[in-house]
Design a protein. Structure first.
Length: 239
């Protein structure tokens, strides 16, 4: 988001809920998400047809940011890991896709449907943002609190793919260990932890300047803003 969970049925994702007296969900009261270890590599082609996607329960409880009670478009996200790096994927239901093929202007993505993954290494002042549109256009950048953007950073070492589907679009990505370490992730083994944000921008043709923003963590802000710590949540690599 540059412009401005489901509790699993299986043990593939372990979510630890921290009970507090807060009336809203915040980063400190949400979860520690244990990322499943892959038994076989995935093909980054945007198809999401490998058996691993059937064995792992996705994050699916996305919320409409700053609009309590509004139903979100169905969105699923998967996080998996192995010794090679971090694998992620999104499946977004969308009957009114607003998109276009990639161009040299990565800011063109800002006005398109897209999914977003933000990675924030522990003890780092910077976090890293990858936004992918349905036709494969990408906007990537680094940032600091608050809204200090660095477009010189690029996710060129990652593999990304997007595909339109019968009911919307899917995105798949892989971030290699070398890129994660360059970001500041310390180690890459069971128990390694960092912060993640998972988001979606859902544009409608009738309201092109006012997309619906979806987030996996709702910090109860007066207006959508994903560049705050409250929309990140901790993740840990599972054995």
């Amino acid at each position: 988001m540059r412009n401005t969970t489901v509790i699993p049925r299986t043990s593939s994702f372990l979510i630890v809920i921290l009970l507090t007296g807060c009336a809203h969900v915040s980063r400190d009261a949400v979860m520690a998400l244990h990322i499943t270890r892959l038994s076989e590599p995935l093909h980054v082609d945007g198809r999401l047809d490998e058996p691993g996607y059937q064995r792992v329960t996705p994050v699916a409880d996305f919320k409409v940011a700053s609009q309590p009670g509004v139903e979100a478009q169905p969105t699923r996200a998967w996080l998996q890991w192995n010794e090679a790096g971090l694998w992620f994927a999104f499946a977004a239901q969308d009957a009114t896709i607003v998109s276009a093929p990639p161009t040299e202007d990565e800011h063109a993505v800002d006005s398109r449907d897209r999914v977003e993954i933000f990675l924030w290494p522990e003890n780092s002042r910077r976090y890293f943002c990858i936004e992918i549109a349905p036709d494969g256009a990408v906007h990537d950048y680094a940032a600091r609190i608050y809204r200090r953007f660095d477009d010189s950073w690029t996710s060129s070492d990652t593999r990304l793919a997007a595909q339109r589907t019968a009911d919307g679009y899917a995105v798949e990505g892989f971030v290699p260990v070398a890129a994660l370490r360059a970001m500041g992730v310390r180690g890459w083994k069971p128990g390694t932890g960092f912060q993640v944000g998972l988001y979606r921008a859902d544009f409608r043709s009738e309201t092109p300047e006012d997309p619906i923003w979806l987030t996996w963590v709702e910090p109860n802000l007066p207006k959508p803003d994903f560049h705050v710590r409250a929309t990140f949540a901790p993740v840990v690599l599972a054995p």
